[in-house]
Design a protein around this ligand. Structure first.
Ligand code: SF4
Ligand code: SF4
Length: 443
């Protein structure tokens, strides 16, 4: 298939990075690169949808990968996944064989093995420059769920209507499901039977997930709904005000350096030393170069959820710092290239099982999760589930729509992604932010 045809079909299907970034895939695949990497290194504790997809859809993932290889004119193609996913490794080996153009890159069980910077280094030995992209070292990295969507768009002209997610945590029946986009979190946790009275929800994993309410709606980038006790540190740290973070930091940061020791970006040679920013946050200093390394933070959360013995939150403070600099019109000045990893990187990587135990979610881990089907009576589909500009509604209240029908179009000349109806039914409400659809008789 011609490159332009592949890009057009991916654009039509509304595919965005399912790994969390949400970058429109039809834009990402336009570049010519040497290396394409399928990212199956899902590293957040409790999430296991990518593992399930690789075990059960290896053939389709490989078909999607070959389309991307062709589109990018790539010479090298890898599937990066954890060594411990033995069943998925076996499935891929069976399909690609020993002499295939696709190679497996087996990774250790550490966090954040799925971060693009770590994936690219582990697979190619190249380090993405400060403030850079995989493209800067001739790579495109694509999540395995995104590759499944690519395969379906090209072979079946199927748009993105559903999303694979994990529902887990303080629930009796954790599960994996492919659910219509726009389904509510309350419908998903009802199926899982929450075990405790005082709970809250995270959209995503316990390290990088965002606290949400039960009326939260699943998007193309939502990898899980996690139920945790309301006093879990994931909520306490995110709820705290900047003032409180600063006050605590000022009182008790002892400059022990532990946050910098585990920082994955520091371990790849980037000029990010969170302990230094913590030390200087409280000094009236006009020398902003002290603070600009905060632009290099990936928000992985290791410093505040795992490392800090004083229970401080460098991640939150770095986010606030980089946001404040951006508001002042300061741009990331850090562009160092040709970086070398820290000599102790291999020994400082944080084992994923140790991390799960440290943040108190190891008791929810399960080797295999059952697959369920959850069908909503109505959906509320966000028009901005991706990087770029929100889609423009192309339906109106009262319209009948079919599952897969286009309901949001990319504004002319803008970066964005199309949005499709995830169920058949009647349009109940249209706003500039979302479209509500009630389930109907249309199939
Ligand atoms: S780990 Fe905590 S106490 Fe130690 S330097 Fe970092 S923020 Fe300060
Ligand atoms: S969140 Fe903390 S550990 Fe992660 S990249 Fe940022 S500073 Fe480093």
């Amino acid at each position: 298939m011609q490159k332009s045809k592949i890009i057009e079909k991916v654009r039509e299907a509304g595919i965005v990075g399912a790994g969390g970034g949400g970058f429109p895939t039809h834009v990402k695949i336009q570049a010519e690169v040497k290396t394409v990497i399928a990212n199956g290194a899902e590293c957040e504790p409790l999430l296991s949808t990518d593992k399930y997809l690789m075990e059960n859809n290896a053939g389709d993932i490989i078909k999607g990968l070959r389309y991307i290889k062709q589109c990018a004119g790539a010479q090298e193609v890898y599937i990066a996944l954890k060594r411990k996913y033995e069943k998925a490794v076996k499935e891929f080996k069976l399909i690609i064989g020993e002499t295939s153009d696709i190679k497996l890159a087996l990774l250790d069980n550490y966090y954040p093995a799925g971060d693009e910077f770590d994936v690219v280094y582990n697979v190619t030995g190249k380090i993405i420059p400060e403030g850079g992209l995989p493209l800067d070292v001739g790579c495109v990295v694509i999540n395995v769920n995104t590759l499944l969507n690519v395969k379906r768009a090209l072979d079946d002209s199927s748009p993105v209507t559903d999303r694979w997610i994990t529902v887990s945590g303080e629930v009796e029946k954790p599960y994996i499901a492919s659910v219509p986009i726009g389904i509510s979190a309350s419908e998903l946790i009802k199926e899982a039977c929450v075990k405790i009275k005082d709970y809250r929800l995270l959209a995503g994993g316990p390290m990088m997930g965002v606290p949400v309410e039960e009326n939260y709606r699943v998007t193309k980038t939502c990898s899980g709904i996690i139920v945790l006790p309301e006093n879990h540190s994931a909520f306490i740290k995110q709820d705290m005000t900047l003032r409180a973070h600063k006050k605590r930091g000022k009182s008790i940061c002892d400059q022990c350096f532990d946050c910098t020791i585990v920082c994955p970006r520091n371990l790849l040679g980037h000029s990010l030393e969170p302990h230094r920013i913590m030390r200087n946050l409280f000094i009236a200093d006009e020398n902003i170069s002290v603070y600009t390394p905060s632009f290099l933070c990936s928000q992985c959360g290791l410093c505040n959820m795992f490392a800090c013995p004083m229970d401080l939150s460098p991640r939150n403070l770095l986010k606030e710092t980089s946001d404040a600099l951006s508001r002042r019109g300061v741009k990331n000045p850090h562009k160092k290239r040709n970086l070398k990893p820290h000599p102790e990187r291999e020994y400082r990587k944080v084992n994923a099982s140790r991390l799960s135990a440290r943040i108190g979610v190891d008791k929810y881990e399960k080797e295999e999760l059952p697959v369920k089907s959850v069908l909503p009576g109505a959906v509320r589909i966000n028009l901005s589930q991706h990087a770029g500009t929100a889609a423009l509604p192309v339906v109106k209240e009262g319209d009948s729509v079919k599952r897969g029908q286009l309901i949001g179009e990319i504004p002319r000349g803008k970066l964005g992604a199309r949005v499709h109806s995830s169920i058949s039914g009647k349009v109940k409400k249209v706003t500039s932010g979302y479209i509500e659809i009630n389930k109907g008789e249309n199939k």
